[in-house]
Write a protein that binds this ligand. Structure first.
Ligand SMILES: Nc1ncnc2c1ncn2[C@@H]1O[C@H](COP(=O)(O)OP(=O)(O)OP(=O)(O)O)[C@@H](O)[C@H]1O
Length: 262
C-alpha cells in the first residue's frame, strides 16, 4: 500500500510569504490501484507526485510505501514525466537498461530485461535507435519501459500524455491500461483532462488550488470496460461517464471560483 497521510507542503515565495502548495492531503493507493489526480494548474498535483517520488520533502505529514517511510528517490518508484528524460547519446535499449546498471544488474540480464520491456511497450524494433529518431509517443513508450525496468512497486506519471496529439494520446492510454493489467503495478497519474481521468482511473481525486487540496474523490470502474473492449469512444458515450464528467467539471469550476474569491 502507498499511503499519503495528512501531507502539507510549503514553498518559500519570492516576496517572503509561504506558498501553501499542498494542504493536509491524504490518499491511499492499494495494490493494482490506478489513482488519478485531476485539477487545474497550481493545485499541487506535481508537488504531491514529487513528494511521493522522494524528490521533494514534505513540510508535515508522512508518506509510506508498504509501511516504510519515503525519504528520497528509490528504485521502488518509477517516474514518467510529460517531457521525456531519455539521454540523447544513448540508444533506446541503453536508456531503458540504465537504472538496472545503477542497481548492479549484470550486462546480459540488463539487456534481456530491457528487450522484454521494449517488447511490452511496442518498441522491439527500435532498441538500437537514438531518442531523436523517435516520435513523441515512442519516446513516452521508452520512458514507460525505463520506469518499469527496476520492477517498481508503483508508477508515478506526471501528465505523461499531455504533449501528445489526440490520436497518439488514445493509443498511449490503451497501451498504459494494458501494461497496468499485465504487470499489476499500482499507478499514480496526473492529468488536466477529465475524460482521461475517468477512462483510466480506479479512483479519481479532484484537487483545487490555493491551497492545493483534495476536494472530491470518486471510485470509478470505466477502465474495466475500456480494458475489455478497447473502445474509448463507446466508454465516453456512456451516460454515467458523461454525468460524472459534468459533476467533476462543476466541482472544479466551483472550487476555482472560491479560491479566486478568497
Ligand atoms: N519549487 C517551487 N518554489 C516555489 N513555489 C512552487 C514550487 N513548486 C511549486 N510551487 C507552487 O506551488 C503551487 C503548486 O504547484 P504544482 O506544480 O504542484 O501544481 P500543479 O497542480 O502540478 O500545476 P500544473 O498543472 O501547472 O503543473 C503553485 O502555486 C506553484 O507556483
Amino acid at each position: 500500500m502507498l499511503k499519503v497521510d495528512d501531507v502539507s507542503i510549503y514553498f518559500a515565495g519570492r516576496d517572503g510569504r509561504a506558498i501553501h502548495a499542498l494542504d493536509r492531503v491524504s490518499l491511499e493507493i492499494p495494490e493494482r490501484g490506478f489513482v488519478v489526480a485531476l485539477g487545474t494548474s497550481g493545485c499541487g498535483k506535481s508537488s504531491l507526485l514529487n513528494a511521493i517520488a522522494g524528490f521533494l520533502p514534505v513540510s508535515s505529514g508522512a508518506i509510506t510505501l508498504n509501511g516504510s517511510p519515503v525519504a528520497g528517490p528509490g528504485a521502488d518508484r518509477g517516474v514518467v514525466f510529460q517531457k521525456d528524460t531519455l539521454l540523447p547519446w544513448r540508444t533506446v535499449l541503453d536508456n531503458v537498461a540504465l537504472g538496472l546498471k545503477f542497481a548492479g544488474v549484470k550486462r546480459a540480464e540488463r539487456r534481456a530485461r530491457a528487450e522484454e520491456l521494449l517488447g511490452l511497450v511496442g518498441l522491439a524494433d527500435f532498441e538500437r535507435a537514438y531518442p531523436y529518431e523517435l516520435s513523441g509517443g515512442m519516446r513516452q513508450r521508452a520512458g514507460i519501459a525505463r520506469a518499469l525496468a527496476t520492477d517498481p512497486e508503483i508508477l508515478l506519471m506526471d501528465e505523461p500524455f499531455g504533449a501528445l496529439d489526440s490520436l497518439t494520446r488514445e493509443t498511449m492510454q490503451e497501451l498504459l491500461v494494458r501494461i497496468w493489467r499485465e504487470t499489476g503495478k499500482r499507478i499514480f497519474f496526473i492529468t488536466h483532462s477529465i475524460d482521461e481521468a475517468l477512462l483510466l482511473g480506479t479512483e479519481v481525486v479532484v484537487m483545487s488550488p490555493r491551497p492545493g487540496r483534495i476536494v472530491a474523490r470518486f471510485p470509478t470502474s470505466f477502465v474495466e470496460r475500456f480494458a475489455r473492449d478497447g473502445e474509448p469512444h463507446a466508454v465516453k458515450a456512456e451516460k454515467e461517464f458523461m454525468a460524472l464528467g459534468e459533476e467533476i467539471r462543476a466541482i472544479i469550476h466551483r472550487s476555482e471560483a472560491r479560491s479566486l474569491a478568497a
